[in-house]
Ligand binder design. Structure first.
Ligand code: SF4
Ligand code: SF4
Length: 485
């Protein structure tokens, strides 16, 4: 027991106690002070010319051209690409996909996903910057804005001005063009799901069905809202791809990057000033053009940010500035972290090869599924009333219904037959003719002398074969019951 402890020992064992103020901050989303709840600043994108913007524009033209043209193509008298949801069949040129062909659609989605993973691991978010419909449509809307309201500075000035006749006209013309373009592209889009020529005709003569009109108006409003108003919000807050793309990045991924070592310290200077490095300046003249041209409104000089869609607009803007200043291009460029740190970039690396191998495997599986696909489906339905019955001739009879679907686009005559270790009497049609996409039910009865076998049941196989093409055939096994004897 420590009853006689001296005062000095007690002093040494004292623990300093500090008063820690506890401050609990109550978060109120309505308070405008918090920057994350501050109203979004409108981004006035400045037009820029350069290699990457030319590539993006041409890719956009090709994408938009294909999108607008494809539904108008005809193939053997019908719309070449028609994803008919009400009829539950997708026509893609000579191929017709039915709900049973879901695996083919699944392969297409898996291929698209792995192609995206592969491209992202290799070249960052270039899909977003060059081909994503959100980007393509947004740049077209910005083009309308620029043609009607003028350059970035003119648009900012116009927005700051009080309302006038000229301002109203320019704004109204811009929104009219946005809405007209949205309506046109929505009609084309819905035309992938319903005959496009009829849709156009019926929509403008007010004869289109309720659902066709509703779909067109819905997609018109979505396009107008996304490309006209939401723009970069889609890419930065809504699109899930922006959030998980970093999982595919590594130090060898090409991303749009500002060369900080070369650019800093940034600052303005005269074009004739050749001694700027001695004054401690880097190559960045702080003109802010890279920020003005950015469709997501970020400053790439702050490092890699998830908002960046790798569109390369800031590269073109900066290269232009560098050329005017007489400096070498590439202050902002597509480069890798390894390259920036003076290390070699490994293009062929396990991660990329892994994605490529899976992509090749999935493409092969898809090609095999397509190649081995038989444009024919058969289901055998047994008579639910009785497994077997004995007819007036003393033969045992089993009754089946063959449900046959012609999954091709043409009328086809199918031959029907059965094979087994016994000789059956076939009661019913030996052929059936079905139109393209039609499903027919064929009732068949098989009869057998019960004394021809000692078995209580026999394995039998029905065969359906296209009359003029032996390669299109399907076999399905079932049983023939003779009962207890
Ligand atoms: S930072 Fe550059 S590449 Fe990234 S979105 Fe902005 S302009 Fe495009
Ligand atoms: S465009 Fe180039 S020079 Fe101008 S601020 Fe951006 S990085 Fe600096």
């Amino acid at each position: 027991m420590q009853t006689a402890v001296s005062g000095s020992v007690v002093d040494q064992q004292k623990i300093d106690i500090k008063n820690i103020p506890v401050h609990v901050e109550v978060h109120t989303p309505s308070a405008n002070k918090a920057p994350e709840y501050a109203p979004r600043n409108r981004i006035y994108v400045r037009a820029v010319k350069g290699l990457h913007q030319a590539v993006r524009r041409y890719m956009g033209f090709v994408f938009m051209g294909l999108f607008m043209l494809l539904p108008w193509l005809q193939y053997e008298g019908h719309q070449a690409i028609l994803l008919d949801i009400t009829e539950q069949k997708f026509n893609i040129f000579a191929l017709t996909l039915w709900p049973q062909d879901f695996t083919i659609l699944a392969w297409i989605f898996i291929i698209a996903a792995y192609a995206l993973f592969f491209i992202t691991a290799f070249y960052g978010r270039v899909w977003c910057g060059y081909l994503c419909p959100q980007t393509v449509w947004t740049f077209i809307f910005i083009w309308f804005e620029e043609k009607i309201q003028g350059t970035r500075n003119q648009r900012m000035k116009l927005d700051a001005e009080p309302w006038s006749g000229v301002k109203f006209f320019k704004k109204a013309a811009t929104h009219f063009c946005w809405l007209a373009f949205s309506l046109l592209t929505s009609l084309i889009f819905v035309g992938y799901f319903t005959p496009v020529a009829d849709l156009f005709m019926q929509f403008f003569t007010l004869e289109a069905s309720f659902w066709a009109v509703t779909s067109v108006l819905f997609f018109t409003l979505c396009t107008y809202g996304n490309a006209g108003w939401m723009r970069e919000i889609m890419c930065t807050h809504i699109c899930p791809y922006a959030r998980f793309q970093s999982a595919m990045f590594d130090k060898d991924t090409f991303t749009v990057t500002y060369d900080e070592k070369r650019g800093e310290n940034r600052g303005p200077r005269s074009r004739k000033d050749k001694d700027y490095k001695e004054k401690g300046l880097g190559d960045c003249i702080d003109c802010n053009l890279c920020v003005h041209v950015c469709p997501t409104g970020i400053d790439i000089r702050n490092g890699l940010q998830y908002e960046c869609i790798n569109c390369g607009a800031c590269i073109d803007a900066c290269d232009d500035t560098m050329s005017k200043m007489g400096y070498p291009p590439g202050l902002i460029s597509y480069t890798t972290e390894h390259s920036l740190n003076g290390k070699p970039t490994r293009v062929l690396r396990p991660k990329l090869l892994g994605y490529l191998l899976v992509l090749l495997a999935v493409c092969t599986a898809f090609a095999w599924t397509l190649y081995s696909r038989v444009p024919l489906e058969m289901n055998i339905i047994r008579d639910r009333g009785a497994l077997f019955r004995t007819n007036n001739d003393g033969l045992v009879e089993n009754t089946y219904t063959l449900s046959i679907s012609n999954k091709s686009q043409h009328t086809v005559v199918f031959d029907l037959s059965v094979s087994a270790d016994a000789s059956f009497n076939w009661i019913g049609p030996h052929q059936v003719s079905l139109n393209g996409g039609e499903t027919g039910s064929v009732p068949i009865s098989l009869a057998l002398d019960p004394y021809s076998t000692k078995e209580r049941s026999l394995e039998i196989t029905f065969t359906v074969q296209q009359q003029d093409n032996a390669e299109v055939q399907l076999q399905q096994a079932t049983k023939f019951f003779l009962g207890n004897r």
